[in-house]
Design a protein around this ligand. Structure first.
Ligand code: 16G
Ligand code: ZN
Length: 531
């Protein structure tokens, strides 16, 4: 049973502030100075989750991704490197909101009995953090939480979020047929670099990619990675100042570039350049370039999904494999033109799911090869066990087929299948551009994005907004969807939807239409309905 004395002593060190917490799509995330008790209790949840799963390794990542330096957050990683199982989000929320030590203990007991957790099971937890200065103290809070149930733990120090996902999966599959790689950061670098070298072997090298690291963890970690990539990869890193924490994500990074549709600070583009931005924990990436007439062109998650799907479909064909189905998963934020391109040009099935990586990942597992990306640049490709078996048992009956098979195998290794990974997605895109000898402009020509606008509307109570159909339709407040539909009808290629944010106290309005002025007007009019 729980050692009450130790729980009380440790819990007293991490008093709960007068705030209500929610474990949402981004885990717990807020101003770092409110997080001490939350992270302490997250340690308890991680230990319970591990015990529940018979001692499997659970990951804990301390990061606030693209948010400002003063924020921080925490997210749990399940054994195969996926996001925490949905039903446990409510337990994390409940435990974080317990008012007293007694209530903390009570809730632990509720979980133990309702979930039939055997407390005598071992608990194993690994953790890492991004470069935020608040991370160090929060790690101590986490360690205190892990002590409560006597969890075994390993501190992996500063990591990108996807590296922690990778490590968690490797640790849980070590010495099994599903082994995912050597469970070290070096093992991660070696695996990706070896696969990348196979993919670009013998192809003329492209000009260096200019890489904006948002002054976050991606900078030191990508530099480490370069020791393994060596000559195979040419990069020019900008925004790599992690000493001055106020610069983290400031006017830089994938979120800034995607939202503002402009280049980050510290990056002077010329029309020859191919640029990419990571976010603050390196699980998102967007590309961009400048056209001859100096207009900024964004290649977002939708463009990456299109490129990846095109490439994989071609490779599967070239390999002479005909029993692997490729599918793409998007959210309602995917540009309408990207969905058209996937469906009508590539002829791939496209599913639309609710916002949040866990929904995309889950849906992508339904295909043999599932490509999923959010427009914001978070995404990856997952290969089913059947697909992997086919790829590894096929040899190809001509040199061209054999080479396509080799590429497919290497592709399944270069891609981080646990979660969207900016490093791995960068290598994926660079592979395709190198194999095809394409400029970003050629890549961009697959389709033209419809103009689109995303606006935030501050409302009194965002919980009154209820959506269905992968967040594309409102069922509450009553009548609002009809009003939206009536307006959308008047716009050429018009599409608009309204959903409550899962991470901010706002309602988001998305609009797209045939032209920029029509899009702006559509967004304005739908926003007016919500307000
Ligand atoms: C979270 C999600 C991200 C999503 C965003 C939407 C994960 C790991 N992260 O950050 O995928 O795009 O929320 O935010 O699932 P919103 O609900 O405020 O629009
Ligand atoms: Zn992120």
């Amino acid at each position: 049973s729980v050692n009450v004395l130790s729980l009380n002593t440790l819990s007293d060190l991490h008093p709960k502030p007068d705030t209500t917490f929610t474990y949402g799509t981004a885990g717990f995330r807020m101003k770092a100075d409110l997080l001490d008790s939350v992270i302490f209790r997250t340690g308890i949840i991680a230990a319970l989750r591990s015990k529940k799963l018979g001692g499997k390794v659970i990951g804990v990542m301390i990061t606030a991704s693209h948010n400002p330096a003063a924020d921080n957050g925490v997210k749990l990683v399940d054994p195969m490197g996926e996001m925490l199982e949905g039903s446990w989000e409510a337990h994390a929320t409940a435990l974080s909101n317990a008012q007293t030590n007694e209530q903390v203990l009570d809730y632990i007991h509720v979980m133990v009995s309702s979930l039939k957790i055997d407390l005598t099971n071992p608990a194993n937890v690994v953790y890492g953090r991004d470069t935020r200065p608040s991370g160090e103290a929060l790690v101590s809070a986490l360690e205190d939480g892990l002590k409560v149930l006597g969890a075994q733990s390993t501190d992996y120090g500063i990591l990108t979020t996807p590296q922690l996902h990778y490590l968690t999966r490797c640790l849980n599959t070590v010495n099994t047929p599903e082994s995912y790689g050597e469970p070290t950061v070096e093992g991660y670098y070696k695996k990706l670099a070896a696969a990348y070298k196979v993919l670009v072997e013998g192809k003329p090298k492209l000009s260096p990619v200019i890489l904006d690291c948002a002054n976050g963890v991606g900078a030191p970690k990508f530099k480490e990675f370069m020791n393994f990539l060596g000559d195979s990869f040419a990069v020019k890193i900008v925004n790599d100042d992690i000493e001055n924490s106020s610069k983290l994500n400031l006017n830089s990074g994938a979120d800034f570039v995607k939202t503002g549709q402009r280049a980050p600070v510290g990056l002077k583009m010329t029309p020859q350049d191919r640029c990419a931005s990571f976010d603050g924990d390196a699980d998102r990436i967007v590309y961009y370039y400048m056209d001859e007439d100096n207009t900024f062109k964004l290649l977002d998650g939708d463009k990456i999904a299109g490129l990846a799907a095109m490439f994989i479909i071609d490779l599967v064909k070239a390999a002479g494999i005909d029993n692997i189905s490729v599918g793409v998963v998007q959210t309602a934020y995917a540009n309408g033109a990207s969905t058209q391109y996937l469906r009508n040009t590539l002829n791939v099935p496209v599913s639309c799911v609710s916002t949040g990586v866990k929904h995309l990942h889950h849906e992508a597992l339904k295909y043999d090869v599932g490509v999923y990306f959010e427009a914001n640049g978070h995404g990856t490709v997952v290969f089913s066990p059947t697909a992997l078996k086919t790829i590894y048992s096929t040899e190809g009956s001509s040199p061209a087929q054999a080479s396509a098979v080799r590429s497919l195998r290497a592709l399944s290794e270069v891609i981080n299948q646990t979660v969207g990974d900016a490093f791995s997605d960068l290598l994926l895109v660079e592979t395709i551009l190198t194999q095809r000898q394409w400029t970003p402009k050629i890549w961009d020509q697959a389709y033209s994005d419809l103009p689109n606008r995303l606006v935030k509307v501050v409302v009194k109570e965002r919980s009154i907004f209820k959506t269905v159909d992968a967040e594309r339709k409102l069922v509450e407040p009553a009548g609002l969807q009809d009003a939206i539909d009536a307006i959308v009808l008047k716009f050429r290629d018009g599409r608009s939807f309204v959903r409550p944010s899962g991470t901010e106290d706002v309602v988001r309005v998305y609009a797209e239409a045939a032209t920029r002025p029509e899009t702006d007007e559509l967004a304005f009019r739908i926003g007016g309905l919500v307000f």
